[in-house]
Design a protein around this ligand. Structure first.
Ligand SMILES: Cc1ncc(COP(=O)(O)O)c(C=O)c1O
Length: 391
């Protein structure tokens, strides 16, 4: 049920997919918004092996509200199907487990989300004898050189979400396919609106829907999109057996978030670009990391893979950690918090671990999420707080 229907395939425009794919007024008493199927069980007199005539049995396996969210994501990603999960980490760990074999080897972009690094570095080796190699990820040759006999997975996050490393998806997918190795990307930064990794040959595109897809900082959720046999296998095994299914109410909020995703992203992108320019010209700022900027080191790769920017950026400020904490404490609109992708402006501090440092992350980094507030208000707020930093 997580696959696109023939009716879904008629939606070819992104705005139409976001607003209307999954509307079935006849089925839902004319409700303009599909209902929340807040039930665990579906019964039917024709039940056979737990699956009813209408295709639903138990909400851990599938649920009509969750299905709509999945079909929207599949259509946006250009995938055969999608599966929603209770969190981004539930989605990512199911995707990783699909490719893991006992004593296998995983190649992992070092700039990936910290909890993913922990699964590959601290958990899988202990439990299943898995080996790993960290790579910068932006040089396909480095990835090719890291491949071993037992490599089963190359894991990418592109762009990454601290210093926005972009990996060459097409080149990596080609190398992987030649050797029969699986590929996963965390596509959360781009959203499926700005990057569709499957069309470059990547096997699974993962998201935390807790960021832009949800967009209102009111759900923790995740999703994967892939071709049919992968979705079917993960649906039957990792999601059903490990049980990280999405709650129908979260799915309903996710559907609502997706309806306005194009407009929100556009506004986040405009605001993000203005803040990036402001910071680039500020004497208390050493370096700005913003993929849409002219100063961005991987400008060409950005243009190749992404069709837009958003509100996430980071910068290396002048000063000590204490100076930087004083800056954060002086902000009024940017709340101190580690998430991003909601309507609100946020700030978070990040030190670089040794691996991140080796791959280009400065020792002291301020990450900013530029929300949907008035841009002059936000720039004035940053401007007054930056005064506390030394020259
Ligand atoms: C890039 C990225 N991937 C994955 C995750 C994990 O998602 P979740 O918090 O929904 O489990 C996060 C969370 O912040 C993230 O930033």
């Amino acid at each position: 049920m997580a696959f696109l229907t023939e009716e879904d395939k008629k939606y070819t425009n992104v705005l139409d997919i976001c607003t209307h794919l999954g509307d079935e007024y006849g089925k839902f008493s004319g409700a303009i918004v599909p209902p929340i199927f807040q039930n665990s069980l579906f019964v039917s007199p024709t039940e056979c092996n737990g699956v009813t005539a209408h295709g639903y049995g138990y909400s851990r396996t599938s649920n009509p509200t969750v299905d709509i969210a999945e079909r929207k994501i599949a259509a946006l990603e250009g995938a055969d199907g999608a599966l929603c999960f209770s969190s981004g980490m539930a989605a990512i760990s199911a995707a990783i487990m699909y490719f893991v074999k006992k004593d296998c080897h995983i190649i992992l972009a070092a700039s990936s989300y910290s909890n993913v690094l922990s699964i590959v570095r601290d958990y899988l080796p202990d439990k299943f004898g898995v080996e790993y190699t960290f790579v910068g990820g932006d040089n396909p040759k480095e990835i090719e050189n890291a491949i071993k006999e037992n490599t089963t997975l190359i894991y990418l996050e592109s762009p990454s979400t601290m210093v926005f490393k972009i990996q060459d998806l097409e080149a990596v997918a080609k190398i992987a396919k030649e050797k029969g190795i699986g590929t996963i990307i965390d596509n959360t930064y781009a959203t499926p609106l700005h990057q569709q990794p499957l069309k470059y040959g990547i096997d699974i595109s993962c998201h935390t829907c807790s960021k832009y897809l949800g967009g209102h900082s009111d759900i923790v959720a995740g999703a994967i999109a892939a071709r049919k046999e992968i979705i079917q296998s993960i649906q039957d095994r990792e999601r059903t057996w490990f049980g990280g299914c999405m709650d129908p109410h979260a799915a309903w909020l996710l559907i609502r978030g997706i309806r306005t995703l194009p407009m929100r992203l556009k506004q986040h992108g405009e605001n993000g670009m203005k803040v990036a320019k402001f910071l680039e010209n500020h004497p208390k700022v050493k370096k700005v990391f913003y993929p849409g900027s002219d100063t961005f080191e991987q400008k060409e790769m950005f243009a190749k893979y992404l069709s837009g920017t958003n509100g996430l950026l980071s910068f290396e400020p002048k000063g000590t950690w204490q100076d930087i904490r004083n800056f954060v404490n002086k902000l009024h609109y940017f709340q101190n918090g580690v998430s991003w992708g909601g309507f609100e402006s946020l700030v978070a501090l990040s030190g670089a671990n040794p691996v991140q440092k080796e791959y280009g992350q400065p020792e002291r980094l301020v990450r900013i999420h530029v929300g949907l507030e008035d841009i002059d208000t936000l720039i004035n707020d940053l401007s007054q707080a930056l005064e506390v930093l030394p020259d």
